[in-house]
Design a protein around this ligand. Structure first.
Ligand SMILES: [Zn+2]
Length: 345
């Protein structure tokens, strides 16, 4: 059965969501969410529990249950100081790829609060992690990475902070007390990693780990291995004049991947719809309207946290196909059952 959503304003093809979080308790709903969103497949990064569970524990069960829900390998960089870390992470990455993982996920704790065995903060570009980045490239696993956070998370936590409500819900994600590296420093660390590992594909979560449009343009030109997803980024992408963002996407249609950041686990519910947690039609429709229309004053997917409206990008059809499906299929080398079946028209 080819999933087709009837509520796209213009697009009529398959969609892959490259950024979701499920766990064993919520994975049964993946098929239903796929129907609602018209998804060909979705890539579950990880269940947002730290430290990550060994991939062997649940991989087989997940694959048997919902073949369109694809998995990532999640390394634990805090073990970087242990003897044998390099060999072990290399082995695990290749084994995970062999067992069906399609990517590797690295979370923002790296560079912010993750420490090694001597309690020292681990920088994103810590050279001891180089074997990990290299092995992901060797194994053909793209690295979906989220480092840093929105710039407002470093600004004073007062009601005029545009992210005030967002931060108030998770005060541990406020870095304005001077105890954390600056966002620009973390981004520079990521740049060093991307530059050092040209054979590894990186996908910067949340429209590129909070780089400005000018910086993204520079990175795209300098690093053919750097890509971005759109997860939880529409409120920022569509704020104010969208011309710079639209021009960037039009100039680099092969570098932007559709993702939502839908999280449905006991540990983490995002966005939080309470009782209506599986009622996601409007959530997906808000994504489609943003990418496919030029409408102004659009509701974005998470207005409760970020109370403003957005303007649509009105992307051309070929760019929508790249964004929604083709880039993910290419970079993740998605298995045939998770991509377009060319015999189905
Ligand atoms: Zn996420």
């Amino acid at each position: 059965v080819t999933a087709v959503s009837g509520s796209h304003p213009r697009y009529q093809g398959p969609v892959v969501d490259v950024h979701v979080h499920y766990d064993a308790a919520s994975r049964e709903h993946a098929a239903r969410v796929g129907e609602i969103g018209g998804l060909r497949s979705a890539i579950s990064l990880w269940d947002v529990v730290w430290p990550p569970r060994p991939y062997e524990e649940d991989l087989a069960g997940w694959r048997a249950h919902e073949p369109r829900l694809l998995r990532c390998f999640v390394p634990d960089p805090s073990r970087v100081g242990e003897a044998g870390f390099a060999n072990e992470v290399e082995h695990d990455i290749h084994a995970a790829a062999g067992a069906g993982c399609v990517g590797m996920k690295v979370w923002k704790n790296l560079g912010l609060w993750l420490t090694d065995e001597r309690e020292r903060r681990i920088a994103v570009d810590d050279e001891r992690l180089d074997p990990m980045w290299a092995a992901a490239g060797d194994a053909g696993l793209p690295v979906l990475i989220h480092v840093g956070d929105p710039p407002e998370f470093w600004q004073p936590l007062t009601p005029d902070n545009p992210r005030y409500d967002d931060i108030k819900d998770r005060p541990e994600w406020w870095y304005g007390n001077g105890g954390f590296p600056k966002l620009e420093a973390i981004q520079a660390q990521l740049e060093a990693v991307v530059a050092r590992h040209p054979r590894t594909t990186f996908i910067g979560a949340h429209f590129g780990c909070f780089l400005s449009v000018d910086e993204l343009r520079r990175w795209f030109a300098a690093y053919p291995n750097y890509n971005v997803d759109t997860a939880a980024a529409i409120a920022e992408m569509g704020k104010g004049d969208v011309t710079p963002v639209r021009d960037l996407v039009l100039d680099h249609p092969d570098r932007v991947l559709f993702g939502t950041d839908l999280a449905r686990t006991p540990a983490f519910e995002y966005p939080d719809f309470g009782e209506r947690r599986w009622d996601l039609t409007e959530y997906f429709d808000r994504h489609w309207r943003f990418f496919e229309t030029a409408d102004t004053s659009l509701a974005h997917p998470i207005p409760e946290q970020l109370p403003w409206t957005v303007t649509g990008l009105d992307l051309p059809s070929d760019v929508l196909a790249a964004l929604y499906h083709d880039n993910a299929a290419r970079l993740y080398r998605l298995p045939a059952q998770a991509t377009i079946d060319s015999t189905v028209t």
